[in-house]
Design a protein around this ligand. Structure first.
Ligand code: FEO
Length: 170
């Protein structure tokens, strides 16, 4: 029972990470439609990162011989008012993810699920970085939001991010 509770929560978290993947992809698609191609690239790379988070947990479940229960993923938000709304949504998403990870960590602690605790420690560290980056992006885009030239520069800088798995046309 102890293990089941934590494994169920980890299965839910696989779904949450995949929802984040889909959500960032939706944001990327909106940016592409606005010709904000640097932001689209950054958000697509972020989506790929979320996919790796999901698979890290998936692999852990498999290694622990735990049942894998894949969840349904809802369609993400497709329309946005502005690039500021995108990065506002990104920060909110990361803050909510941190809360979910913290809750599972607490559960694993209560259940003395030590292997899961070690696995989740990586995610706690990762969320510190994820929130920091999201907060910086939002602060910067808010600063330049009234200046089209500055928005273009913000977009150009974001476009310098590497894609982990670049399947886009050359
Ligand atoms: Fe999977 Fe953005 O944290």
């Amino acid at each position: 029972m102890t293990k089941e509770l934590v494994f169920n929560a980890l299965n839910e978290q696989v779904g949450s990470e995949l929802s984040a993947w889909y959500s960032y992809l939706g944001m990327s698609a909106w940016c592409s439609s606005q010709q904000l191609n640097g932001s689209a690239r950054w958000l697509r790379a972020q989506a790929q990162e979320e996919y790796t988070h999901a698979m890290k947990l998936y692999d852990f479940l498999v290694e622990r011989n735990a049942p894998v229960q894949l969840k349904q993923i809802e369609p993400p938000q497709a329309e946005f008012e502005s690039i500021v709304e995108i990065f506002h949504a990104a920060l909110k998403q990361e803050e909510e993810n941190t809360q979910r990870i913290d809750a599972i960590f607490q559960m694993a602690l209560d259940q003395r699920a030590f292997a899961s605790l070690v696995e989740l420690q990586w995610f706690i560290t990762e969320q510190v970085e994820e929130e920091k980056t999201a907060r910086e992006n939002l602060a910067k885009v808010k600063m330049v939001s009234q200046d089209p030239a500055a928005i273009l520069e913000f977009d150009r800088v974001l476009g310098e991010r590497d894609l982990v798995l670049d399947t886009s046309p050359a």
